[in-house]
Each structure stands twice: as C-alpha cells, then as structure tokens.
Design a binder for this molecule. Structure first.
Ligand code: PGA
Length: 249
C-alpha cells in the first residue's frame, strides 16, 4: 500500500561531469527497478541539468532545502516556485546538517515545510536524535518535538502530503547504521504518535530510514514493517550501490 521510496541526498558533492556520468548510469539501471520509486536530490545548481536528463525516465528529483519565504530580498535563497519551475517532486527539509550547522530550528523547519507544501513540492521531513540524546534516553522526546513543531504549524493532514525520514544523527556519514531493530522501534514510535492524531494519516505516510544505508545493509532495514525506504547520502553517489539499494525490496 505504501510504495517504497529510495531518495539520494547528494549533499554538496559532484560536478557537471560527474553528475552526468552518475545520472546516465542511474537512468540505465533504474529501468529494471520495479518495486520502488527513485528520487535524487542534487545541489541546487545542478537541478536544471538533472531535470533535463531525467525527464521522461522513472527517476524523479528534488532539492536539499527550500526557502521559508515566497520571494523577494533574501540573498542566496531558493524559492519553492523556482523548484517547481524545474519540476522538483521533493524538497528535503530539516536535514540534521541544516539543523546543526546552519541553525534551522524546529520553527524554521516547520516554515520550510509549509512553504514547500504551499508551492506544490512534497516536503521530505527529516527528524532524528544526536548520540547524546540517544544515550540520555530522549530519542522519542526529540523526534516527537520535531514532528510536533511541523504539525502545530501545518496540521496533522499535512503529514499525509509529506514523506518523513528518520535519520539518527549519530548514524549519518559515520558508517554506524542503526540496527534494523533500533530503526524499526523509532519508525513504529513515529507511526504510533501520528496514529494518536489520525490513523489514516499514520498508515499512509511513508517513513524512510537514513544514516549509513549501503548496498549491504539496505535489505535488512527495508524488511522492517514500518521502514518504507531510505534517504541515502554517501552510497547515492555510486550508481551501482544506489541501484542495489533501490532493488532491495
Ligand atoms: P549517509 O547520509 O547515507 O551518508 O549516512 C544520509 C543523509 O544524511 O541523508
């Protein structure tokens, strides 16, 4: 019922040359991917080129962020209307690197989420705890706080129009994946929390896992009941690995 989704978050990596190569390989390999939707999120400046190469294929594309404002004097920002102009399907909001390195608060994330939705781009909302938060037993409280900020601003029905990605900060780019059980526990917590407000929304929303997913561990993670795919960083830069992950359902 929930179609699995594998999304590549390329972060600040690539060049025109390397991205062309990567996309050519992905386009070829994705033809035989039947069980999952595939998305890639390049750096903003490569979105037009990516859109050009991917249109008409079975790979969609998105951005890694979106401005909180609609347009105007916001130097360096990219508006959702611009993402829409280049047919982005998704916009990642609240990635932990934005939250920790660039000061995106829960409120700012809720604003970005609102703007994406209003502009017709599906927000991919990232939540997750740091190592210190996990060790102090506050994983669920943190994830709940992050979700609540978005729901308070946008309403529970907005969750039906988004994708959630649970990304424990301690697992991102560290090679330290959450075990399938650890991930499933938090995914189930998220779904239960949402079910407390709307059962249909909870059952319908896709919850991806992210954090050191690779070609070797994807299958086990994706086999869990509440894990509906992955948000992939490092391994999304290697066509073979990313395609293996896409074929892990
Ligand atoms: P990683 O990154 O797969 O390199 O750990 C995941 C992410 O940050 O989305």
């Amino acid at each position: 019922m929930r179609k699995p989704l594998v999304a590549g978050n390329w972060k600040m990596n690539g060049s025109s040359e390397s991205i062309k190569k990567l996309l050519s390989a992905l386009i070829k390999g994705a033809k035989s991917v039947k069980n999952a939707e595939i998305a890639v999120c390049p750096p903003y400046i490569y979105i037009p080129g990516t859109a050009g190469m991917l249109s008409g294929t079975n790979i969609v594309w998105g951005s890694q962020n979106v401005a909180t404002e609609e347009s105007g004097a916001y130097t360096g920002e990219i508006a959702v209307s611009m993402l829409k102009d280049f047919k982005c399907t998704y916009a990642i909001v609240g990635h932990s690197e934005r939250r920790t390195l660039y000061g995106d608060t829960d409120q700012v994330v809720a604003d970005r989420f609102a703007r994406a939705l209003a502009g017709g781009v599906t927000p991919m909302l990232c939540v997750g705890e740091t190592l210190a938060e996990r060790e102090s037993g506050s994983t669920e409280a943190v994830v709940e706080r992050q979700l609540k900020a978005v729901i308070d601003k946008n309403g529970i029905q907005s969750i039906a129009k988004c994708v959630i990605a649970y990304e424990p900060v301690w697992a991102i780019g560290t090679g330290k994946t959450a075990s399938p059980e650890q991930a499933q526990d938090v995914h189930a917590f998220i779904r239960n929390y949402l079910a407390g407000q709307d059962m249909q929304v909870a059952n319908g929303v896709r919850i991806l896992y992210g954090g050191s997913v690779n070609a070797g561990n994807a299958k086990e993670l994706f086999a869990k009941a509440d894990i509906d795919g992955g948000l992939i960083g490092g391994a999304s830069l290697k066509a073979d690995d990313f395609l293996t992950i896409c074929n892990s359902f």
